[in-house]
Design a protein around this ligand. Structure first.
Ligand SMILES: Cc1ncc(COP(=O)(O)O)c(C=O)c1O
Length: 366
């Protein structure tokens, strides 16, 4: 194993994440309380929660949680789901299952950085497939990359952070078919699936091919990152089995209260996502109405996710700008530098509208 380099994005949050009054950097929905989640299940759910036995949970995840997760797919059964400690562990297990020294990974770029740093640490060659302006997809270029050499895994993030771009159903199907043709395993980090404001809902990769792997979590769509629940869903039995074996070396299983609350949230998906999309719509409308008056920020709203990734035209580097905004103006943004994209800023809409407006005002007056 090669060196696992520090993850700049998570190091940024570790340093600045809890300092600023206004967090306008997050890609997740506003967080919910235990009470909020239990309220959706009524008195029975509250009693059940308090009576939970705090023993080990099944390694694959509780039956109730896996069934609720399977309900988010068209063709996936509970048995084809592996629960993980957040999408972070899901990515760790999947990449460890598929890659080895000398393997090749194609990764959409930019993307959540641990994906390519972990792959490199496993001895894989990492090839970048860049996302075009306004989320444009160059399928010919991808096909060329896939056909040039054996590629063990192709990893995408759809809907995409930080840009908010989303693949159309036909684009994703073409990518799944290309991967199948080249015997590459398509892995899609789908933690933002369901957070979509326009266009036909983007499908889950696991529903499109017998080998594709979908990764999800309850952090981004519901604001439940503190539960640390994510998952792997796939028809690819060999990969799923290998991920289960590897989990014996990472976290063994999830926490019983976390799994219970995550299942409850998933069972009320429509209510929760509806509430969070409504909040984000207010913020998006407000953002669209003021952005034109800010000559140093250039960016367009994409149709999915809770983030936008505008370019900064200020002379100050985006890293210095974000440090100063946090230290002296109490606003947290994410510098594009942590995505190896200096000059860009990630702004998040998953905040209560009054907070969003107050924080954005500080950015605009900067
Ligand atoms: C695209 C993406 N994938 C995965 C993760 C990890 O998510 P989790 O909190 O579920 O471990 C993150 C976290 O920010 C992310 O942005």
């Amino acid at each position: 194993m090669h060196t696992l380099v520090p993850c700049d994005l998570e190091r940024w949050y570790s340093t600045y994440g809890y300092r600023a009054l206004y967090n306008l950097s997050s890609s997740a929905a506003p967080s919910l309380s235990t009470q909020d989640v239990l309220a959706m299940g009524g008195a029975a759910a509250q009693a059940e929660y308090l009576a939970l036995q705090l023993e080990y949970s099944p390694q694959q995840g509780s039956q109730r949680l896996r069934s609720a997760i399977a309900g988010r797919y068209q063709s996936i059964a509970a048995a084809q789901v592996q629960v993980t400690t957040g999408a972070a562990e899901a990515l760790f297990l999947v990449l460890n299952a598929l890659l080895y020294p000398g393997a090749t990974l194609i990764v959409q770029f930019p993307i959540y950085p641990p994906i390519y740093t972990l792959a490199a640490s496993l001895g894989a060659t990492v090839l970048r497939w860049p996302i075009g302006a306004a989320g444009a997809v160059d399928l010919d270029r991808l096909a060329g990359m896939l056909r040039r050499q054996p590629v063990q895994a192709l990893v995408l993030n759809n809907p995409h952070s930080p840009t908010g771009a989303v693949l159309s159903p036909s684009e994703l199907q073409q990518i799944a078919d290309l991967a199948t043709e080249q015997r590459s395993v398509l892995v899609v980090d789908e933690v933002y699936r369901g957070i979509q404001f326009a266009g036909p809902p983007t499908p889950a990769a696991a529903d499109l091919s017998p080998t594709a792997i979908s990764i999800g979590d309850v952090a981004k769509p519901y604001g439940l990152g503190g539960l640390r629940v994510g998952w792997i869903a796939t028809h690819n039995a060999a990969a799923l089995r290998r991920c289960a074996e590897l989990r014996d070396y990472t976290t063994l299983c999830s926490s019983v209260p976390g799994e219970f609350l995550a299942a409850l949230a998933l069972e009320h998906h429509a209510t929760l996502i509806g509430k969070h999309l409504a909040t984000a719509r207010i913020n998006r409308t407000y953002f669209a109405s003021v952005i034109g008056a800010v000559p140093w920020l250039e960016g367009t709203l994409a149709s999915a996710g809770f983030t936008i990734f505008p370019r900064s035209h200020r002379a100050t580097s985006t890293l210095a700008l974000c440090q100063d905004l946090c230290d002296h103006h109490d606003v947290l943004l994410l510098p594009g530098d942590v995505f190896a994209m200096p000059g860009y800023l990630r702004l998040g809409f998953g905040v209560e509208p009054s907070q969003f407006a107050a924080g954005l005002e500080r950015v605009l007056n900067y």
